[in-house]
Design a protein around this ligand. Structure first.
Ligand code: SF4
Ligand code: SF4
Length: 377
């Protein structure tokens, strides 16, 4: 089914790079970031534009492999390849790049990136206890001080609260769209959900992001539910980040007849986590919300299991597919425990797929996915 709001959104977001370059010409500062642990509110409070720099394309990987090990995760190689080629307009526009110490490969890549761009490294704790929260809040306070010195400004609490209110509205609007897929059948395909979340995150103006997402939600909410036949198995995709260019598994799942109704990764549903309630210090609020993210770089990472269980229920899924990039040890190891939790506690079929951005294994994946879907009946 074609939605006019989605078509309009595509046409608008085709101009995302151009819009960013216009803002830059007009004097706006741009801050690149590689991970959603970095709270974008700190960037917005500087009146700068936050942009995501995670590489999602295969094209830049060959260049990266001239320096980085081939066995490294494709996301790290793709990101670094763009830096070597100087071919990413978002990286080119970034005045400063904020990096988090997440996994080992990324940490070491950032050392090399720092030879090419101004980089600031946030020390991300690997646990989510009270001590870690205190440490992480201090890291955010240091980042705030860095921004103030770098951009020659003062970030007031008022500016931080305004940024928090803005991103809260953005997350609510994005969640409204992603939650449309709770309907049976889902009015949007997994590819559409994925594309909307990805493209929206590159619209430089947050008010515009919100308007666009709300328009999509309004149009689809008001439409009648199409016939239930033909939806196929409802799949929850969890695991590593994906983007346009690294969406192969979503595409193959849907080509095989499934419908990906929820994407539990940091490019999609992990972005819509709510703010903690009753917090009156903005930095503590940001530290609490971001540190609670259930990414496999945390050890232990109990939130991943409770999140998958909740999403599986909320989206009435028939099976769970766990995507792991080659070379991503954290997600690969965690998949063992996740399989146990999904199969034993949720009684749902589970499939782990380990792949990269290339198309070479497409047919092999198709056979495994078809066999998995047949099992779902
Ligand atoms: S998967 Fe984890 S470490 Fe990687 S970008 Fe997402 S939140 Fe950050
Ligand atoms: S997918 Fe895994 S290896 Fe790749 S950057 Fe994220 S945490 Fe690191």
């Amino acid at each position: 089914m074609t939605w006019s709001s989605v078509e309009q959104f595509r046409a608008k977001t085709d101009r995302n790079v151009l819009r960013l370059q216009e803002e830059k010409k007009a004097g706006r500062k741009v801050v690149g970031q590689y991970c959603i642990y970095t709270p974008m509110e700190l960037v917005l409070a500087c009146d700068a534009i936050p942009v995501s720099l995670c590489g999602t394309k295969n094209d830049s990987i060959a260049r990266a492999e001239s320096i980085l090990p081939r066995t490294l995760c494709p996301l790290i190689k793709s990101s670094f390849g763009f830096a070597l080629e100087d071919s990413c307009p978002y990286l080119a526009a970034s005045d400063l790049v904020v990096c988090d110490t997440t996994c080992d490969g990324k940490k070491k890549m950032f050392e090399l990136l720092a030879l090419r761009k101004p980089v600031y490294v946030l020390e991300l704790p690997q646990r989510q206890d009270q001590d870690d929260l205190i440490f992480w809040r201090r890291q955010l306070a240091l980042l705030k001080a860095k921004f103030e010195a770098f951009f020659q400004i003062t970030i007031s609490n008022q500016a931080l609260w305004q940024a928090i209110a803005l991103t809260r509205r953005f997350r609510a609007a994005l969640q409204k769209v992603l939650d449309l897929a709770r309907r049976k059948p889902s009015p949007l395909t997994g590819l559409e959900l994925h594309e909307i979340a990805f493209r929206a995150s590159f619209i430089p103006d947050y008010e515009e992001r919100i308007d666009e997402l709300e328009r999509i939600a309004r149009e689809i909410e008001a439409s009648a539910c199409p016939e239930q036949e033909g939806e196929g198995a409802r799949i929850l995709l969890t695991g590593v980040p994906t983007g346009l260019g690294s969406h192969k598994v979503i595409r193959i799942l849907e080509e095989c007849g499934a419908r990906v109704v929820c994407i539990d990764n940091c490019s999609s549903y992990k972005r819509v986590r709510p703010d903690p309630e009753g917090e009156d210090d903005p930095l503590t609020l940001l530290a609490k919300r971001s540190l609670a993210l259930p990414c496999a770089v945390m050890s232990p990472n109990p939130g991943r299991f409770t999140t998958v269980a909740k999403l599986a229920r909320d989206f009435s899924v028939d099976g769970v597919c766990d995507l792991t990039w080659h070379g991503c040890q954290t997600y690969d190891v965690e998949s063992y425990s996740l399989r146990h939790s999904v199969q034993e506690e949720l009684s749902l079929p589970f499939l782990q797929i380990v792949t990269d951005y290339a198309e070479a294994d497409g047919e092999q994946l198709r056979i495994r996915i078809q066999a998995f879907l047949e099992m779902l009946g």
